[in-house]
Design a protein around this ligand. Structure first.
Ligand code: PLP
Length: 341
């Protein structure tokens, strides 16, 4: 299963919990957690999510350790982010602890589907959508929360390869006051066309701007390593998704004594630094691909190789430190791991 393309094979079960807007005080509207066979959902064509995209999701992984135990990474951060995304989309928050409880129940029943090959994991996709059949424009009175799981192999079969990035100056991913910091499907819908156009130009991924400032990729945060060894990443501006990988890497880098700077990164300044050879490395990060080296950056009027075009040393050592913690190969002093089985 781990050799299948990302997100195409699923485990035999799914976790599910339904919500209806409470009509009396003292209830939160959430039903019991159910574990059901994985399978299609039957939806009325008027189901609200199909029309107005009231939907949020999460992504995290379960990792098999050498002793047979199974762990996940910072699930309380994903739970908090799902709540924040849900709030932005006028959807209900889950009851306290319900997020992790659903993941635990699903991974326990589908324990045998957690792959144990090197760099493989069980990708967990919690999501919540407006399920009321209703075409009026208002928050749905019914919501479904589900968790599905997909065994995934190493994102990079045949070794980590640097990606090429097109800096997008026409299309934006998010705007001020918009939904950029919520993990919602609509942000991804808006990123499909720029991604297709970038692929036609021969690039792997798109980097979005807020006017002239760097923001992030379609589904990953971005970092720059300067020639003085300092690490820079755009400040969470409100339109950037607060990545848990981003936060974890900032913490690991600071613990190494590296100068870590969250700031506005102006594209013209970055392009000048790249041209002057002052940028040593760039990388993107997110749960699915962990840490991905950026080998080439181009946009209107510039096209430069980052560093020597090969994966950077700091990029790869941060990647190794993070994955070593996740797979139980080195100590976890911050208690980031949570045992599932
Ligand atoms: C999920 C996501 C990320 C990465 O977040 P992680 O918690 O590190 O997986 C970055 N950007 C966007 C737009 C995302 O949706």
């Amino acid at each position: 299963m781990a050799s299948a393309a990302f997100g195409t094979v699923f485990t035999p079960h799914m976790a599910r919990r339904s919500w209806t807007r409470p009509t009396s005080e003292g209830t939160d509207g959430w039903g019991e957690l159910r574990i059901e066979p994985y399978g299609p959902l039957l939806l009325d064509p008027a189901t609200s999510v199909l029309h107005y995209a009231q939907e949020v999701f999460e992504g995290l992984k379960a990792y098999a350790h050498a002793d047979g135990s199974v762990w996940t990474f910072r699930p309380e951060a994903n739970a908090a982010r799902l709540d924040a995304s849900a709030r932005r989309m006028a959807m209900p928050c889950l009851p306290e602890g319900a997020f992790t409880e659903a993941i635990e129940a699903l991974v326990r029943v589908d324990r045998d589907a957690v792959p144990s090959e090197a760099d493989s994991s069980l990708y967990l996709r919690p999501f919540m959508f407006a399920s009321e059949p209703f075409l009026g424009v208002r928050p749905s009175d019914a919501v479904e929360f589900l968790v599905i799981a997909s065994p995934v192999g190493s994102y990079f079969s045949g070794g980590v390869k640097p990606v090429s990035i097109w800096v997008e100056s026409e299309y934006a991913r998010a705007g001020r006051g918009g939904t950029g910091s919520a993990k919602c499907g609509g942000n991804y819908a808006a990123s499909m066309l720029p991604q297709v156009l970038a692929a036609e130009r021969g690039f792997d991924q798109v980097l979005y701007l807020d006017a002239e400032n760097l923001e992030e990729l379609g589904g990953m945060n971005v970092f720059v390593v300067m020639d003085d060894g300092s690490i820079h990443t755009p400040t969470l501006s409100g339109s950037i998704l607060p990545g848990i990988t981003r936060d974890s890497l900032l913490t690991l880098a600071r613990a190494r004594g590296i100068d870590v700077i969250e700031r506005r990164i102006v594209l013209s300044e970055l392009a000048e630094c790249l041209a002057a050879g002052r940028v040593r490395e760039m990388f993107a990060c997110g749960t699915a691909a962990v840490v991905t080296p950026i080998g080439r950056l181009a946009g209107e009027g510039f096209d430069v190789v980052v560093g020597d075009g090969a994966p950077g040393a700091l990029t790869m050592s941060l990647r190794e430190e993070l994955t070593d913690i996740q797979y139980g190969r080195r100590p976890d002093p911050r208690g980031w791991l949570h045992r599932l089985v």
